[in-house]
Design a binder for this molecule. Structure first.
Ligand code: F6P
Length: 342
């Protein structure tokens, strides 16, 4: 059996650990061969791939990024796109199955290919942790760790200058990174896409922290929808999927907070730093286990499923289950954190 692996969508620390886990399990347990498609669906459509022997994955579990490259490309668009073309390409190159590692868009593409009869299994990936049907996605822990380290640094400079500091973290539709990084770093306010918060509430939390002699810290998700707007703040145009490029909500809030509270305020956008560099040990283990399990799924011909972590167990779920809903921060988790604000 010859298996193709691809990584697609935004990159994520842990992708290489998935690839290594899959290749090692495939070679050692099943005597499978592997190829890696370059740059996500683009490489699949163009039959642009290279062999992945055991030596190709040596020592890569600790490397950030993806040795395969990635892109935000649609499997069904372009001259070589669509199920028929991809099926013909797999046949021509004697590739018997495909492991698609990606987020919602990638897995939706994988699901459509499976519906057309192609042998595809999925591995969920996103630092945002917004995929349903799995407790966690790898990359989320690393993004949190990076965010907390950065926010701890913002706090010492904020304390020295008696300023209000705003840390803007990633999270397009959901506030998991803001919630976890904010809680871990002792934020006085956490603003997430799922919860509408008035400007007056934000000013009040900042004032309360300042009155206790603290330098207020606000952690905001890039996808937070401020009072008066219908959707997330965006001034950077759209990406190749037509989605708004987010980023800048912190800079938007800073002058408002400064004006209303009289506190000098600075905003920092952590941006893609959260997706870069080495994965944490937690993410390496999770990613390795998911990669190994994806190969077991191939061995069982469990097409149309993705591997998922539930508690400490790795299970298989239908791809559809992950695509039905976004995994949003539940209200009780936000209310729990809210007790600590101000
Ligand atoms: O992968 C998810 C994510 O990091 C979002 O949090 C963010 O909005 C988006 O990707 C940024 O995408 P890009 O790398 O295309 O700018």
């Amino acid at each position: 059996m010859r298996i193709g692996i691809m990584t697609s969508g935004g990159d994520c620390p842990g992708l290489n650990a998935v690839i290594r886990g899959a290749v090692l399990n495939g070679i050692k347990s099943y005597d499978y061969e592997f190829v890696g498609f370059r740059d996500g669906w683009r490489g699949v459509k163009d039959a642009d791939y290279f062999e992945l022997p055991r030596t190709a994955v040596r020592g890569i579990a600790k490397q950030g990024g993806t040795i395969l490259g990635t892109s935000r490309t649609n499997a069904f668009e372009g001259e070589n796109g669509g199920a028929e073309n991809i099926a013909a390409m797999l046949k021509e190159h004697q590739i018997d199955a495909l492991i698609a590692i990606g987020g919602e868009g990638t897995l939706a593409g994988a699901q459509r290919l499976c519906e057309a009869g192609l042998p595809v299994v999925g591995v969920p990936k996103t630092i945002d942790n917004d995929l349903d049907a799995t407790d966690y996605t790898f990359g989320f822990d690393t993004a949190n760790q990076i965010a907390v380290e950065a926010i701890d640094r913002l706090r010492t400079t904020g304390d020295s200058h008696h300023r209000c500091m705003i840390a803007e973290v990633m999270g397009r539709h959901v506030g998991w990174i803001a919630l976890h990084a904010g809680m871990a770093s002792g934020a006085h306010a956490i603003l997430i896409p799922e919860v509408s918060t008035t400007m007056e509430e934000i000013y009040q939390w900042v004032r309360e922290a300042h009155e206790r002699g603290r330098a207020p810290l606000v952690v905001v998700s890039e996808g937070f929808v401020p009072e008066g707007l219908d959707e997330a703040f965006s001034v950077r145009g759209v990406d190749s999927f037509g989605r708004a490029r987010l980023g800048g909500i912190g800079e938007m809030l800073a002058p408002l907070i400064e004006e209303q509270t009289g506190l000098e305020t600075r905003a920092t956008v952590l941006g893609h730093i959260q997706r870069g560099g080495v994965p944490t040990a937690f993410d390496r283990v999770l990613a390795t286990r998911l990669g190994m399990a994806a190969v077991d799924s191939v061995a069982d011909s469990a097409w149309g499923t993705m591997v998922a972590i539930h508690g400490t167990k790795v299970n298989r779920v239908p791809l559809r289950a992950a695509l039905n809903n976004l995994k949003r921060v539940p209200t009780d988790r936000y209310e729990e954190a809210r007790v600590l604000f101000g």
